[in-house]
Design a protein around this ligand. Structure first.
Ligand code: ZN
Length: 322
């Protein structure tokens, strides 16, 4: 029996609409994200046909289908046209207002709180790239099916399948496979199922990041460096940059010890000027407590001798220490 209050929630980009063909507008050699072009090409998306079948089944049972998307309502007309073209039945369409650049999870959770507070969400379909939204559904105890990226070559639209993959972490993700490289499909399926799902991958990366910055904070304390100022996120990041920089500084100090006898014998004046310059540059670095300063200067702060020499020399020059 279907409860009167049940609904199904489904996303668009990377869920109902397969967006591989337009991802190059965001990820390209230029490194420029052309959001306008990415958005404008939505009319050419391939529909996720097997998922549409699932939605139709629910709809036939009387469960309304709510399309809830972070896609900008700038392309509402194209979107409605696309839904009509592929004969996708739905009961409501919520698109993010134009010029709303808040995280999608804020928009989506607000729409649900304001319009469907009394409904039971039977299931939500979300892209596995929308980590925060997927996590929010999990926190609300909403069963959420994740849709992964296409695993075929996307070259033709004739061959199409939605594969259910159980990952090593025991999470299940639906992957659209389209394109005619189907002889590769068993390999891709094997590869996917041997690894964790994207959600768990990102969780692992975040944990590793936290471990890294904790390590960096510990080393900074050992060294007697002052605590950094800024947001939690900034200081965590800056702490790892500072750790690298001081690792390089240590290598410079060691190198100076090695060259000291000869350098001093050759040109004592020059050597002492240089020593002073380096010493003052290191003090300058020790006194940088603004996390943003480290983030802004992170280029070239690698933990090796050359980077250390370049870093200290540039500070000494800029500050007139030589
Ligand atoms: Zn997982």
């Amino acid at each position: 029996m279907t409860s009167h209050n049940e609904i199904v929630i489904c996303g668009l980009d990377g869920v109902l609409a397969l967006i591989e063909h337009r991802l190059h507008h965001l990820y390209n050699e230029e490194g420029i994200k052309h959001w306008d072009r990415f958005l404008a090409a939505c009319g050419d998306d391939m529909p996720n046909l097997p998922l549409i079948e699932r939605l139709n089944q629910a709809r036939a049972e009387g469960v309304p289908i709510i399309l809830l998307t972070g896609r900008s309502s700038e392309v509402k007309k194209q979107t409605i046209e696309w839904l009509r073209h592929w004969q996708i039945g739905y009961d409501a369409l919520w698109m993010r207002p134009a010029n709303d650049f808040k995280p999608a999870v804020e928009f989506k959770s607000n729409v649900i709180a304001q319009n469907y507070a009394n409904a039971t969400i039977r299931r939500a379909y979300e892209s596995d790239s929308h980590i925060d939204v997927a996590r929010w559904f999990a926190d609300q105890n909403v069963p959420c099916t994740l849709i992964g990226h296409n695993q075929g070559n996307s070259a033709t639209r004739d061959v199409f399948e939605l594969k259910i993959i159980r990952h090593a972490c025991n999470h299940t993700v639906l992957y659209p496979f389209y394109g005619d490289d189907d002889f590769n499909w068993p390999e891709r399926i094997k590869h996917l199922s041997e690894g964790p799902c994207r959600l768990c991958q990102v969780e692992e990366q975040r944990k590793e990041q936290r471990r890294k910055s904790e390590r960096a904070r510990y080393h900074a304390k050992q060294r007697g460096l002052p605590p950094l100022e800024g947001s939690d996120k900034q200081t965590a990041w800056a702490e790892t940059i500072r750790l690298n920089a001081f690792g390089a500084v240590d290598k410079v100090l060691k190198w100076m010890e090695q060259i000291a006898p000869r350098a001093e014998a050759e040109d004592p004046d020059h050597w002492h000027t240089m020593q002073q310059g380096i010493k003052r540059s290191i003090e300058y670095l020790e006194n940088q407590i603004d996390a943003k300063w480290w983030i802004d200067h992170r280029q070239g702060m690698a933990n090796n001798l050359d980077s250390g020499r370049a870093l200290l020399a540039s500070i000494a020059q800029e500050m007139g220490y030589y």
